[in-house]
Design a protein around this ligand. Structure first.
Ligand SMILES: N[C@@H](CCC(=O)N[C@@H](CS)C(=O)NCC(=O)O)C(=O)O
Length: 265
């Protein structure tokens, strides 16, 4: 079996989230749900892995010495490795699964980014969580500069263009729609976990941290959606974890994915 290595940003050391990055979280859960063992390597900034991904983003999966950037491409690679469909068994299921994956990666991601970088209520704790290791002098300047760039990108993406109230009103509407669509048993497009579940979970579960209490509360109020997320979490989580390696040369931790394995849950 070819060695798999996930290149990512630092582990937040939370029992419930392997990463603050929704795209890394998506890939962690997809690898585990598909029974794949992988090594983790973290770096302080996404662009530290630029040699493996010219866009400077994470996640990147190394399959042996081949690099696969982009979470969607990684899901397709998992499908290739396992030889099993990652999006359902029929053409209609596959189409629906990939459509929801796209909705999660684009629309839901916009709200997640806004919740962390634009929402004034959350920015102080986000800044502390993301930048606490920066020297104080640099921390006084760099986070606010980065924030200004992210705010520009949120306006360009039409997430923040009309302001906070409009953004959170659209967010609540989208959550209501997802809540009505959420399956009461099984997963998004059937009995098996698919790309839709990994992607929806990646973005929505990322809203369920202490960084974004108002958004977490909005999710908690949508019972069907919340219960669905809990189901995906239980089916894909890992228990006490080895710390990932830090820096490009350090030795990484091996993570097996054994859904429901009591030794790990
Ligand atoms: N389309 C990419 C998006 C990945 C992405 O946005 N990653 C974020 C971390 S959650 C990142 O690396 N941001 C740094 C940047 O965009 O410069 C995927 O699906 O993997």
């Amino acid at each position: 079996m070819t060695k798999l290595t996930l290149l990512e940003t630092p582990d937040p050391k939370l029992p419930t989230h392997e990463s603050y990055s929704p795209f890394c979280l998506k890939v962690h859960r997809a690898l585990r749900a598909n029974g794949l063992v992988y090594e983790r390597r973290t770096a302080g900034r996404p662009d530290a892995w630029r040699q493996f991904n010219p866009t400077g983003q994470v996640p990147v999966l190394l399959v042996g010495d081949r690099s696969i950037p982009d979470s969607t491409a990684i899901l397709q690679e998992i499908e290739r490795i396992t030889g099993a469909s990652i999006a359902g068994s029929t053409a209609a299921e596959r189409a629906e699964s990939w459509l929801y994956e796209e909705l999660a990666d684009t629309s839901l991601n916009g709200f997640l980014v806004a919740s962390r970088w634009a929402d004034e209520r959350n920015w102080p704790s986000v800044r502390a969580a993301y930048f606490h290791e920066m020297p104080a002098l640099v921390r006084a300047i760099v986070p606010n500069r980065l924030r200004a760039n992210v705010l520009k990108s949120l306006v360009a993406r039409d997430v923040w263009r009309a302001g906070a109230d409009a953004c959170w009103s659209r967010f609540r509407t989208l959550l209501d729609q997802l809540d009505r669509r959420a399956p009461t048993k099984g997963y998004w497009v059937g009995d098996a976990l698919t790309a839709a579940d990994f992607a929806l979970f990646g973005q929505l579960h990322s809203l369920r941290t202490e960084l974004t209490p108002w958004q977490r509360e909005q999710l908690a109020e949508r019972a069907a959606l919340n219960a669905y997320l809990d189901r995906v979490h239980e089916a894909t989580r890992v228990g006490p974890r080895d710390a990932p390696s830090e820096g490009p040369r350090a030795k990484g931790a091996l993570l097996g994915n054994i859904p429901g394995d009591p030794a790990r849950v």
